[in-house]
Design a protein around this ligand. Structure first.
Ligand code: FBP
Length: 262
């Protein structure tokens, strides 16, 4: 296993994954309000920004668009995913194998586990197969560690997010992608629960530059290594502007004010 800092996921030990799997997870509603945001090429283009360490997409956009960007973009293939049309207990279909992800050029893979769902056992067993196959290919593994399901009252409480980070560590993820637990102290707790697994924050729905950058800053100050973000980048008219600010906060460890002034 290569050291994390040398892995294709990281730059200077930090991570900025641009996520663009929403067309599957949420559907066309996420593209409303910004013409052109439904075009994968626009987000592949944004992912050429030097701050972006990888672009997370499903197999279809990877096959169709990655060949035009393979020199400028690191591909993180999201192996599972489910549409919002599914009305059952949280679950995620495995849409791509690790071998196929490797064949089409992925340098890392991602996998969602809904801890606490009635489908947790099957999802964890599917994760086991993916994680072991990824180890054979030396591909780092990011777990979208999202506890949810009918038995869970609050899926972003500090205890739940700490458990999500620990579950990712116990199951062998290199990076745990977790929702923001509401405070820097709660994030610190999650980071300490994750052992050698690195923790990144999941971006969430679009908000103001200042609010968004402040949560990112508190993740970095809590010992998290960065961010996996979708809507807060590609739902903006100018993804480059927010990526410049993210580069400042994550890689240069500036204040939010300084990042906004760039
Ligand atoms: P955002 O930054 O837009 O929240 O994207 C991160 C992400 O994990 C995506 O990869 C995924 O499509 C989406 O959030 C899923 O969000 P949720 O499961 O909360 O609807």
């Amino acid at each position: 296993m290569q050291p994390f800092d040398d892995s294709p996921l990281a730059r200077d030990g930090k991570v900025l994954i641009l996520a663009y799997d929403h067309g599957l997870e949420h559907g066309p509603v996420d593209f409303e309000g910004l013409d052109g945001s439904e075009d994968p090429a626009r987000t592949f283009e944004a992912a050429t920004h030097p701050a972006v360490t990888s672009l997370a997409v499903q197999k279809g956009p990877a096959e169709a668009y990655y060949p035009s960007y393979e020199d400028d973009v690191d591909l993180l293939l999201k192996l599972n995913g489910t549409s919002n049309l599914w009305m059952g207990e949280p679950d995620s279909a495995v849409n791509c194998t690790v071998d196929y992800a490797h064949e089409i050029g992925a340098s890392s893979v991602g996998f969602t586990v809904y801890g606490g769902s009635n489908n947790e056992i099957e999802m964890v067993e599917e994760f086991r197969d993916a994680q072991e196959a990824a180890r054979h290919r030396d591909l780092p593994v990011v777990m979208w560690s999202y506890p949810r399901g009918q038995g869970l009252k609050n899926d972003t409480s500090p205890d739940t997010i700490a458990y999500a980070a620990r579950q990712a560590h116990e199951l062998g993820a290199d990076v745990a992608k977790v929702k923001y637990p509401g405070s820097q102290a709660a994030m610190e707790h999650a980071v300490s629960m994750a052992g050698k697994t690195k923790v990144v924050m999941s971006g969430g729905s679009k908000t103001t530059d200042r609010e968004f950058l402040s949560s990112v800053k508190s993740v970095i100050d809590a010992g998290g290594v960065g961010l996996a973000v979708g809507r807060n980048v590609w739902q903006r008219e100018d993804p480059t502007h927010i990526l410049d600010a993210l580069e400042a906060v994550i890689f240069d460890e500036t204040s939010v004010d300084e990042a906004l002034d760039r």
